[in-house]
Design a protein around this ligand. Structure first.
Ligand code: NAD
Length: 473
């Protein structure tokens, strides 16, 4: 059966069929179809037409719809997790966690929809404004185009859809071409709600069509999560639109000499450099350990990496499955080979079989190698010894990216120092950079992006302040 796409809340299919195959064994995960030009036009026109009505929809109605989606996702959690695994090759253990997170992303959006409001501002602090009062509301900037990547095909779509619906902004979602099925399943749940027709659409389309959507003036907000080159090309094309860019990184963990539980740090680094094949924007890619703790840490990281479950993503014991496709695994292989040719040592891993790349730990990687400077987006971690914590912070900051950093220390002064010195969107003390709670502000500095997600932050970003001044009070 062909999985329908969603045009202004209604299911549709086209003759342009798309087969989605699991990267693990090439089995058919499902069939959908690319939206026709007419359906794309219908979706955008409907989003534009409904914008005013949707912005005026009472908060309780928006919250009820978001609560419904949250509840239904929880009810169908096993089926949804299996679908994520079959379309993306993500180990089912991580798919289940992703579903749980999406359940709370929608629930949190429902809660925020109920309390999202403006402020009352007194103006009489200035004699020129005596007798005046300002009401500051937050109004949707307008319909949103949400573009999502493949690596969290449900929760990153949820981070586009839930905040938009919470503030009353219509949204047209374009899922990643390799992982549209779970976004289309989310459409089924949205279709069960009373949200107005036109307030949401989910359209699988080729990238050229997505490019045309980016330029459509009826979608004044583009919320993009994906790679830097695509994100910046969008910014270049439509610099006058409101653009949110959630891009990549090469996240680092710093291990300070005071950290007592090296085995715990090693276990977290091993797991979160490799989990779901390292295909997370905050996967641990670089580790800077103080020279006092480096030898023991490196040994323990290698030991923990060797214990990771690899292979069949449907096996609940698997931590590391295939990459999204063989081309991605070949690129990772080429980057590791480049580092080895330059003098790097492989402490474990370093081999590829089809779309699977072995969890790989590298040491002595010379400056200038892609495995350090670029985003690997694969199961590879680079270990490095540093003579001081300050040098570790310098090395973290030497990146052109800045999403999150992890700092293993028990020293609260070092924690504050890290927050002050590290040029990243978030510092995680006592853990890896890969920690994300869906309600906290999340996003990058430098080439990791602009704008913030995390439900409340995204709601702020999708709205603008409008002021009403009352005179003669
Ligand atoms: P990608 O940039 O290749 O694709 C992202 C989306 O953009 C897809 O839906 C794709 O079809 C679409 N796209 C491609 N060309 C387009 C065009 N010309 N116009 C409009 N849309 C277009 O990224 P990916 O490979 O799917 O995802 C991996 C990247 O996403 C990594 O760099 C990763 O770090 C990043 N990412 C960032 C975050 C974050 O929150 N900062 C989260 C997850 C992933």
């Amino acid at each position: 059966m062909t999985t329908p796409y969603w045009v202004a809340g209604q299911p549709a299919t086209s003759a342009d069929l798309v087969e989605i195959r699991t990267p693990h064994d090439n089995a058919l995960a499902g069939v959908t179809s690319n939206a026709t030009a007419e359906d794309v036009e219908r979706a955008v026109a409907a989003a534009h037409a409904v914008a005013e009505e949707f912005a005026a929809l009472p908060a309780h109605a928006r919250a009820a719809a978001l609560d419904h989606v949250s509840r239904r996702l929880a009810e169908r959690a096993d089926e949804v997790a299996e679908l994520i695994t079959s379309e993306s090759g993500k180990p089912v253990k991580w798919s289940r966690i992703e579903v749980t997170r999406a359940v709370s992303t929608f629930r949190w959006a429902a809660e925020e929809a109920r309390r999202f409001s403006g402020e009352l501002q007194r103006l009489d602090t200035d004699p020129a404004a005596d007798g005046r009062l300002a009401l500051v509301r937050r109004a949707p900037r307008g319909p949103v185009l949400g573009i999502a990547p493949f690596n969290f095909p449900l929760n990153l779509v949820a981070h586009k859809v839930a905040p938009a619906l919470a503030v009353g902004a219509p949204i047209v979602v374009k899922p990643a071409p390799s992982t549209p099925l779970v976004a289309l399943l989310l459409g089924e749940l949205l279709a069960e709600t009373d949200l107005p027709a036109g307030s949401w659409s989910v359209l699988p389309v080729p990238n050229e069509v997505a490019g045309a959507l980016v330029e459509d003036p009826r979608l004044p907000v583009v919320s993009f999560t994906g790679s830097g080159p695509v994100g910046y090309s969008i910014l270049d094309r439509v610099p006058r639109k409101h653009i949110v860019l959630e891009l990549g990184g090469n996240a680092a963990a710093v291990v300070c000499p005071d950290w007592t539980d090296l085995d715990r740090a090693a276990q977290r680094i091993a797991m979160f450099s490799m989990y779901q094949g390292g295909q997370s924007c905050i996967s641990v890619q670089r580790v800077y350990a103080h020279e006092d703790v480096y030898p023991a840490l490196a040994e323990a990281v290698v030991a923990h990496v060797r214990k990771l479950g690899t292979g069949d993503p449907t096996d609940p014991a698997t931590d590391v499955g295939p990459l999204i496709n063989e081309a991605a695994a070949r690129r990772v292989e080429a980057w590791v080979d480049e580092a080895v040719a330059a003098g790097a040592r492989v402490l474990t891993g370093g081999r590829r079989a089809g779309a699977v790349y072995e969890p790989t730990v590298l040491a002595d990687v010379p400056a200038g190698c892609k495995v350090v400077d670029e985003e690997v987006f694969g199961p590879v971690v680079v270990l490095d010894s540093v003579p001081s914590v300050e040098e570790a912070f310098d090395r973290v900051n030497a990146s052109r990216f800045g999403l999150q950093a992890g700092v293993f220390t028990h020293d609260v002064r070092l924690a504050f120092r890290a927050a002050k010195r590290l040029a990243v969107g978030g510092v995680i003390v006592g853990d890896v950079p890969s920690f994300r709670a869906d309600q906290m502000p999340y996003g990058g500095v430098k080439e990791s992006g602009t704008g913030r997600e995390g439900v409340r932050s995204a709601m702020d970003d999708l709205t603008e302040q409008r002021v009403l001044v009352l005179t003669g009070l």
